[in-house]
Design a binder for this molecule. Structure first.
Ligand code: MN3
Length: 178
């Protein structure tokens, strides 16, 4: 929904281009390959991820990883963007749950920095309450019945060109583009 350089200087154009056109595309291609000729071929990816137990075992891992990769990235491009800010009912709910946006930022940053290896940190609605969680690989809270509100991609491909090993700097910068 915006140009690859729209998030500069916080996220660089080269990272956005490779992330979207190579990494995300690869999840899409592999998911399409896995579900080709099955009843899941034309199903919405979020519906598939809510019903992973119904996916045949021989393609379940491929669907979970690549379906999760597609869903997580599709949502990611929407929660980040230029000129963005947290406002309205989301801001109200964050203040109510965490006391202030700064406290939410502190808790979310701790969860993101503490996520080991490849994965995501999330703000989700879980049983009617906001909560901060992290997931490994391309696992998605959708599969656990939770509703994503915000997420940050913590795979190295999302920050390494600009930030190298400085993951906390990338996480801090991410708050400028949500
Ligand atoms: Mn990614």
């Amino acid at each position: 929904g915006y140009e690859y350089d729209a998030l500069e200087p916080h996220v660089d154009a080269k990272t956005m281009e490779i992330h979207h056109s190579k990494h995300h595309q690869s999840y899409v291609d592999k998911l399409n390959g896995a579900v080709k000729g099955t009843e899941f071929e034309d199903m919405d990816v979020n519906e598939i991820l809510k019903n992973l137990d119904k996916v045949p075992e021989d393609i379940r891992t491929a669907v979970k990883n690549n379906g999760g990769g597609h869903a997580n990235h599709s949502f990611f491009w929407q929660v980040i963007g230029p000129d963005s800010k947290v406002s309205g009912s989301v801001a109200d709910a964050i203040n109510e749950q965490f006391g202030s946006f700064d406290k939410f930022k502190e808790d979310f940053t701790a969860a993101a920095v503490g996520t080991f290896g490849s994965g995501w940190a999330w703000l989700v609605v879980d049983n009617g309450k906001l909560s901060i969680i992290s997931t490994s690989n391309q696992d998605t809270p959708i599969s656990e019945g939770k509703v994503p509100v915000l997420e940050i991609d913590l795979w190295e491909h999302s920050f390494y060109l600009l930030y190298q090993n400085r993951k906390p700097d990338y996480i801090a910068a991410w708050f400028n583009v949500i």
